[in-house]
Design a protein around this ligand. Structure first.
Ligand code: PMV
Length: 343
């Protein structure tokens, strides 16, 4: 094999949505705005090398240095889309090597961190090949979006908004914008303890779930709800309104799952212990008055959310009451993070 001519390595985090992106239109645009924060420990590190050999315009993909064929289609579609914007894709062989800090079967989606890291590598390489051209974060976000919608929100640290909200003129369906300068300190230290109910691959993929929003009987209501929730969430984040936030986070999470349960065909991703954990969290909140809430992504795992200042006050309860309900007693503790970085 030939030596690489150019090489770039980037690390990018996964993110956790509070207002959920669910349903697409056009070229991977969302039917509603979504808001998330970037995580700190759940990251993908990717190296892309440009190699000049007889296999121009092709790529190889390695996960932890082992060739992985199962992700090829997704990456191929991504590179096909970007080919006209990034000419080097046709001029070199791309050797892509990725690794995740979180296990593949941990129930944490790796597509947001992976597609964001890949988009940063491509932007970096594009600038190496064309030193006069600068690629903006906005463009990187729009590239990441093509790979996986939620990846658009992984290109910045802190809190991010993706999708057009009429009240925010700079928001867009094509890329995410960062909200960090409008965030109350309470939400700048938010913790995300991921209570693993099952690490198994989910029975219905997110792509299939997005597709089922076409012609969904509650589609218009959902779009309206997400707009209202986004607008409200921005106020709560700014004012430090934990109660408003907590109520909204749970409303969004359960609405997401309600949309799945009312799709055609209908399906469920929650498991008995997902509900048991939700009830434990609600009961503890009522009894202790402490600011704990939860959300779920498109899967059975529960994300326990709280500000850092109450960490010590909830540890014993978490260990004694929540841990036994988790698969192999697995809880992955993460928190809001600073975003991607070049390695
Ligand atoms: O980016 P996708 O296509 O994997 O969709 C992710 C959808 C949710 O995680 C359920 C919600 C979100 O906004 O991240």
């Amino acid at each position: 094999t030939s030596q690489p001519i150019y090489s770039a390595t980037w690390q990018s985090p996964s993110n956790l949505a509070i207002v959920k992106y669910w349903g697409k239109k056009g070229q991977q645009q969302p039917i509603n705005p979504s808001v998330s924060f970037s995580l700190s420990k759940a990251v993908t590190t990717t190296t892309v090398e440009l190699i000049l050999n007889d296999n121009r315009g092709t790529f190889s993909f390695y996960l932890n240095n082992e060739e992985k064929l199962s992700f090829r289609d997704k990456i191929q579609r991504f590179l096909n889309h970007l080919g006209h914007e990034i000419p080097f894709i046709q001029q070199y062989h791309l050797r892509i090597n990725s690794s995740n800090t979180f296990p593949h079967s941990s129930g944490i989606a790796s597509s947001a961190s992976a597609m964001s890291a890949l988009a940063f590598c491509l932007a970096d390489l594009h600038q190496q090949v064309n030193p006069e051209e600068k690629i903006s974060r906005q463009t990187i976000s729009s590239w990441a979006r093509i790979g996986s919608g939620s990846a658009a929100r992984s290109v910045f640290g802190g809190w991010n908004l993706w999708g057009k909200l009429p009240e925010i003129p700079e928001s867009s369906d094509f890329y995410a914008i960062q909200l960090t300068d409008k965030i109350h300190p309470l939400f700048q230290t938010i913790q995300d303890d991921i209570l693993i109910v099952s690490g198994k691959r989910k029975s219905i993929s997110s792509s299939a779930g997005h597709d089922l929003m076409h012609g969904h009987p509650y589609q218009q209501g959902r779009i309206k709800q997400a707009h209202n929730n986004t607008f409200l969430l921005l106020q709560y984040l700014e004012n430090g309104d934990w109660e408003g936030f907590s109520n909204l986070a749970e409303n969004e999470a359960l609405s997401l799952h309600a949309l799945m349960m009312s799709s055609n065909p209908a399906y469920t991703l929650m498991l008995p212990n997902s509900l048991a954990l939700i009830n434990k969290i609600k009961a503890f909140r009522q009894k202790s008055g402490l600011p704990v809430t939860f959300t779920l992504d498109a899967g059975p795992n529960i994300h326990l959310l709280y500000p850092r200042e109450v960490k010590n006050k909830i540890k014993t309860w978490e260990e004694e009451e929540l841990k036994p309900l988790c698969e192999n007693e697995t809880i992955i503790c993460d928190h809001i993070g600073e975003g991607p970085r070049k390695i």
